[in-house]
Design a binder for this molecule. Sequence first.
Ligand SMILES: *[C@@H]1O[C@H](CO)[C@@H](O)[C@H](O)[C@H]1NC(C)=O
Ligand SMILES: *[C@@H]1O[C@H](CO)[C@@H](O)[C@H](O)[C@H]1NC(C)=O
Ligand SMILES: [Zn+2]
Length: 510
Amino acid sequence: MNLWIILIVCWYGILCEVGCRSVHRYKQAPQNLFDEKNKEHWQLQAQWTLRSKVLAPLNKKVAKNVILFLGDGMSITTLAATRAYLGQQRGLNGEELKLSFEIFPYTGLAKTYCVDNNVADSACSGTAYLTGVKANSGTVGLTAAVKRGDCEGQIEGRHSVTGLMDWAQRAVKSTGLVTTTRVTHATPAAAYAHSADRRWEADTDLPSKGPRCDDIATQLVRGRIGSKIDVVLGGGRHNFYPKNEIDPEGYSGYRSDGVNLAREWLIKKKSQGRTPKYLYNRNDLLNLKVNEYDSLLGLFSPDHMPYHLEADGDDPTLTEMTRKAIEMLSKNKNGFFLFVEGGRIDTAHHETKARKALDETAEFAKAVEAAVRMVDAEETLIVVTSDHSHTMTYSGYSKRGTDILGFTNKLNASDSLPYTTLSYANGPGYKPHEKFLRHNLMLDDINHLNFTYPSLVPIVRETHGGEDVAVYATGPWSHLFTGNYEQNYLPHAIAYAACIGNGLTSCQSL
Ligand SMILES: *[C@@H]1O[C@H](CO)[C@@H](O)[C@H](O)[C@H]1NC(C)=O
Ligand SMILES: *[C@@H]1O[C@H](CO)[C@@H](O)[C@H](O)[C@H]1NC(C)=O
Ligand SMILES: [Zn+2]
């Protein structure tokens, strides 16, 4: 009996710390059940996994609440490497660790290609997993009838698509959006905007000739869906302030139309009889009394929020924003839909700064864990996924527990020069050969925060990858997320579980 309790505690994901810490100290005979040299260790672990799957009941309740977590660019390789990164920080080998959502009972694989391109960008991908319709790359909230940059196609209106945000709002649920990027960036924009080009975040970004399309920031404040989102937390403040105005932290705005959208948001909410709060620093967020407000706009940074490894005390973490959003949204007895993006995993990969990418993924996993602790698992569907992969590989045959951000240590390369466990197929980490020999990485400071991991092909910004992304689900109808499917299936399954939207729902009979 006691043994089972210890095993349950040990294998319950990241709670593994206490027991497993001693594993690698035993050099000779296996001494206890935590020792990987002991066959019982593996047998009991597998038996426990089996037992929990056999006993798991199917949850067919209505999902009152839904939280969709999106790790931007969070490939399966990124997840495997982040286990080692987090585990090694905790004094473990690392590979055996489970990220918070890797203990979810159901997993699947989503195919991410866009209608026009084989490798997705965040815009077409966001449109797929938020509205249920695949689109062209670079476009958000529009069908593939609209090509990137086709402003007329955007204005026409009949090609617009809406999804989870809209459906939840129509069901009188509260809705929220949390991201570490600009709140107008492609991924969050796909939740509320229709834009023929993801770059049209402020009016300044629109083409100077031809018809004028609504920029994304304007759609967040004035749009039918954007204006109804109850909680918006992230970066991108400059897209809400005019060029000739200084924001509360002293940065100039970026808008050309002279409109202060942050002020307009406040005035508009008040005129609707609501109690809004506009925030721009971490302290105000942490001290906010959620019962005093019903609408929240938090813009913590002029641009993207900083990387967690570079943040100062003024920036809330993804976990802090997620917690506050859940507190706010949980007040609605009809439930809520919350979309949370860990957006800087992707930007770090584009720079081939693997250290930052893994750290952002670890932060993302912490936010999921915080959410799991706050909600009732019986009535809350939590889905964790990614929009597309990247070109990072995890290779070599190093010994267990080898620094995931360091060199491989068992087999030399054919040129006798060392190579790193993580490397990229393309990107800015390319170094030209010297006298026909690969660059010697021993000459670099690979422990530097900004070290760019090696790339085979030189490209200023590393590209996305085209393989499937993982989907993890827990809560009502989470068993619908098993298998391999197109990415645009996700919102259909979520809507089914939550009884929202125009498609099939669990509240109707088949
Ligand atoms: C790797 O190269 C070094 C230096 O050339 C050599 O001492 C070592 O034995 C090699 N290791 C393996 C596993 O081949
Ligand atoms: C890393 O690069 C960023 C710019 O991308 C810079 O602001 C920061 O100071 C650098 N960090 C270190 C430790 O050099
Ligand atoms: Zn990207």
